[in-house]
Design a protein around this ligand. Structure first.
Ligand code: WTA
Length: 649
């Protein structure tokens, strides 16, 4: 076991009680749901896939994706863990998402419906989205962006975010989307690591009737990371912003120039060429750029969306995540377009101006399939049933959740109040690194509230002990994946050693992928995710690393050392609790607590702000100098500290 990982401790004792209670509560699929399913015989398909996963993925690659040139081999595992999928195949995700549809009846079908927080409505047919993407691709090309270059995208939730991603993909550039809720240092670090010469951003973003000054934040980040030469600014709020001559250009002005022509060839990409980098937090140090590639990723996200959410051509699909996280990349932008369905995107918060906003949108746009995070469900649940009950939600056919374990109480509320006991709940367990759903039901799989159910077809996931032996039913252990899958991350951008160390060294002898999660399987083989075993904290489903928050805290002049832990919270899943050792002579007052919170907000972003900051004189460390967060956590929760034999003093 590596020094970074500590034994499975999850003070989430409540989850334990919940699991035991919900394990026996089974919801079989209704006849109606099975009759409509895309893959009614999924259990047999899955069994076949598990016998021959190569054949399964080969068939899916042919079913869902067009290839300019066929691949020679489905999987090359000769250099594990650097797997290659669909070796030699030539393709482009923008071709599969757009180009091919405009030559079919889908040309005039809606690809994207967007509503702004202010009620503004914009719609894009496949044809129009295709035109916009081609024009912006030409703008990028005219700015000197070539195949293999990185483009950083830092925007609010507007259609242009998807357009910028698709345009990059179309010309073979590698996008790195930074979530619009991140701030100066977080953005600067990501630009620096990706070495992007081009940044696409907005003047501002709307949030609860106010604006967030994205361009100001970007300006500050660019001072810290001066690699960017060109900034393209999409005007969303119309607020006053600084435009630097020769560096900053307005999106709408560029798109009105002759360079923005709608004639644009799609770059032919190798299946293993990079498609995008997405930064995410891991066990130690700065966030790492998880790399996904052009071939396998497409196959994987299209298959999983089609099977798990049972999408049909006539469906309206709403994934209410942010495009800046993997959920948005895979299931707002790319997979729905590959499948040719109509997606919906909403700019604002679920409870603004009133707690019925989402339910109102479901009714207004007749959404059929809706996918969100447990934290959002818990948040809306608090406002009571009257809000959803004012709306006609009968268009809904399936519901989904992602991002953190859903507590059975929230599951039941979602099932009863929103889905009216008709809609299966698709609880999808997966990660930035997995590209798409890994453990998930499909509509024909019997459900248990709080369980992500069973591994997807072709996926060999398991719960094991430290030595790799399988856990007994209901014994907590390490969640691992025992064989490769097409959507897997290929490396950490610029740091292949870290890729190996982070994911492939826990169970090196066996050659398994370690997820960083602890889980258990019940006697029916259903998976129950417990939580992260490493220094990743999930706050409202957002993935944060302790290291990034700690380095923000110590970058403040008064802080000498900091340690950050996640503490269970009813609404957010976890909240951040920070311990700081102050420099000598600094007084420990409440004013400083507020100042430090502001400092973290400015450096990393609002989601990283600690709920509490405690000033201490020392931090518990191992003899090798590693902070023992487990002890801090036990202290906050008033629990027994357990084994302290490795404590330095
Ligand atoms: C957690 C999000 C329980 C898990 C797609 C994982 C979940 C981490 C679930 C990845 C779920 C995600 N049930 N836990 N359905 N989905 N997680 O990279 O701890 O932002 O390791 O990807 O979220 O977070 P990431």
């Amino acid at each position: 076991m590596s020094a970074e990982l500590e034994p499975t401790v999850h003070p989430e004792a409540e989850r334990e009680v919940e699991i035991l209670a919900a394990e026996k509560e089974v919801y079989p699929p209704s006849e109606e749901v099975v009759a409509r399913a895309n893959v009614p015989n999924y259990m047999e398909v899955r069994e076949e896939a598990n016998k021959d996963f190569i054949a399964f993925w080969d068939a899916r690659a042919k079913e869902f994706i067009d290839w300019y040139e066929p691949y020679e081999k489905v999987l090359d595992d000769s250099n594990a863990p650097f797997f290659k999928w669909f070796v030699g195949g030539k393709t482009n995700i923008a071709h599969n998402a757009l180009d091919r549809h405009v030559h079919t009846w889908r040309r005039n079908k809606l690809a994207l419906i967007w509503e702004g927080e202010n009620g503004e409505l914009r719609t894009f047919s496949y044809f129009r989205l295709w035109q916009e993407v081609k024009r912006f691709a030409n703008v990028l090309r005219s700015m000197g962006v070539k195949k293999g270059d990185t483009v950083t995208i830092y925007m609010g939730r507007v259609p242009e975010l998807a357009i910028a991603m698709l345009a990059s993909a179309k010309i073979g550039a590698i996008h790195s989307v930074v979530y619009g809720g991140f701030s100066e240092q977080a953005l600067a670090d990501r630009i620096e690591d990706a070495q992007s010469r081009v940044l696409v951003t907005c003047d501002g973003a709307w949030l609860r009737g106010k604006t967030v000054n994205l361009k100001d934040i970007a300006d500050e980040a660019l001072k810290r990371s001066p690699v960017v030469e060109t900034v393209i600014v999409y005007q969303r709020t119309g607020q006053e912003v600084n435009m630097e001559q020769g560096r900053d250009y307005w999106w709408h002005e560029l798109m009105n120039l002759p360079i923005a022509s709608p004639r644009c060839e799609t770059e032919v990409m190798d299946a293993e060429d990079p498609l995008f980098i997405l930064y995410t937090s891991g066990t130690t140090g700065k966030p790492k750029g998880v790399l996904h590639t052009c071939g396998g990723y497409q196959v994987y996200i299209a298959t999983t969306l089609k099977y798990a959410f049972d999408l049909k051509d006539e469906d309206r699909w709403w994934c209410a995540a942010d495009p800046g996280w993997i959920t948005g990349h895979s299931y707002i932008v790319y997979a729905p377009l590959i499948l040719g369905v109509t997606g919906f995107m909403y700019e604002g918060a679920p409870n603004y101006p009133y707690p019925n906003r989402w339910w109102q949108l479901i009714e207004k746009y007749a959404i059929n399939v809706f996918y969100t995070a447990p934290t959002a469900i818990r948040g809306l649940m608090r406002f009571g049933e009257a809000w959803p009950n004012r709306h006609d939600l009968s268009s809904l056919r399936l519901l989904g959740t992602v991002g953190e374990p859903i507590n059975p109480e929230a599951w039941r509320w979602y099932y009863r109040v929103i889905g009216k006991e008709r809609c299966p709940i698709i609880d999808t367990w997966w990660q930035t690194e997995t590209g798409g759903f890994m453990i998930t039901p499909t509509p024909v799989v019997p459900l248990k509230p709080g369980s992500a159910t069973i591994p997807f077809a072709g996926i060999d996931a398991d719960v094991v002990r430290e030595d790799g032996t399988p856990c007994d039913p209901n014994e907590d252990g390490y969640l691992v994946v025992k064989r490769p899958w097409p959507g897997m991350a290929r490396t950490v951008w610029g740091d292949p050693d870290r890729y190996v160390a982070q994911y492939w060294s826990e169970f090196k002898a066996q050659g398994w992928y370690f997820t960083g999660d602890s889980a258990r399987k019940d006697s029916d083989g259903y998976f129950w995710i417990i939580g992260r075993m490493d220094d990743v904290i999930k706050v409202s489903g957002y993935r944060l690393g302790t290291a990034e928050i700690e380095s923000a805290l110590v970058s403040h002049k008064d802080v000498a050392e900091a340690a950050v832990i996640g503490v269970p919270d009813e609404l957010k899943g976890n909240v951040i609790y920070a311990f700081c050792i102050l420099n000598a002579g600094v007084s420990k007052d409440d004013g400083l607590v507020d100042e430090l919170k502001q400092h973290v907000r400015r450096e990393v972003g609002p989601i990283a702000v600690p709920a509490a900051i405690e000033f201490v004189d020392s931090l518990p460390k191992t003899r090798s100098g590693k902070i023992m967060r487990r002890l801090l956590k036990a202290q906050v929760l008033g629990q027994d500290a357990g084994d302290t034999s490795t404590l330095a003093d």
